[in-house]
Design a protein around this ligand. Structure first.
Ligand code: SAM
Length: 231
């Protein structure tokens, strides 16, 4: 999978992209994340990416031309990308969308800044417009990293045990079950006996029941949803 991440702050993202799961995925050659500074596609002496909003008001708006030229160049070099625009007014990002995007060969993420993008850029290209939630970040970089990480861990081979990604919260229409490790007793709290019993069927039943109870208590909305892994 080839990922292009368009941002004005590539240097802020690169250490994270080299670390942990994403770093390993890239070392294994399963995912490649390329950060691209769309300021490099400006044509004026001052390398201007933003301007004042028509109609007045505070803040600056990102101009359409540098991003458009950057996308055109990438598609000329590599072929078409599925394009994802990070924006608070987009569709809320959820696990089924991560599964759908994990099947793509090429993904392009665009991280905004300031007041966001000129509306014409949004309508000129076909974007999946994605929000991380009902809050406003100062830029789309962290949102893009979250979405990229959620997708990359679903690419077969990225996690040591692919099965573990498919047993986590939101995969089976429920939250995850509780987890325990050693020591068996810590500050007077014991690991449930069933987990030490070696009875795999009983352990599976206990985990399914705990996951269900937790989901009913914390996220009853998930129990009402049709089960689907695509979006
Ligand atoms: N004026 C925009 C609004 O009120 O909807 C907010 C712009 S925000 C300060 C700048 C950039 O941060 C956005 O263009 C977007 O890329 C990113 N961003 C902020 N909040 C986000 C969220 N909840 N999900 C995804 N991206 C977000």
């Amino acid at each position: 999978m080839q990922i292009a991440l368009l941002t004005l702050f590539p240097e802020a993202l690169e250490p994270y992209l080299r670390a942990s799961i994403l770093g390993v995925a890239q070392e294994k050659g399963l995912v490649r994340v390329q950060t691209v500074d769309f300021r490099d596609f400006t044509r004026d002496r001052h390398r201007t990416v933003d301007d004042r909003p028509y109609g007045g008001g505070p803040g600056m708006v990102l101009k359409p031309e540098p991003v458009f030229d950057c996308v055109e160049w990438l598609e000329r070099e590599h072929g078409p990308y599925r394009k994802i625009l990070l924006t608070p007014d987009g569709e809320r990002f959820r696990q089924p969308k991560a599964h759908a995007l994990a099947k793509e060969e090429r993904l392009l993420f665009l991280a905004g800044r300031y007041e966001g993008f000129d509306e014409r850029l949004r309508s000129e290209l076909a974007w999946d417009e994605v929000s991380l939630g009902d809050f406003v970040l100062s830029g789309g970089e962290l949102a893009a990293l979250c979405v990229i990480e959620a997708i990359a861990r679903l690419v077969p081979g990225v996690l040591g045990h692919h099965e573990s990604a498919l047993r986590e919260s939101f995969e089976q229409g429920s939250l995850d079950h509780p987890h325990y490790t050693r020591p068996p007793t810590w500050r007077g709290r014991n690991v449930p006996d069933v987990l030490k019993s070696g009875d795999h069927a009983a352990i599976e039943r206990w985990r399914a029941n705990e996951a269900h109870q937790r989901t009913r208590a914390r996220r009853p909305d998930l129990l009402q949803e049709p089960q689907t892994k695509t979006a």
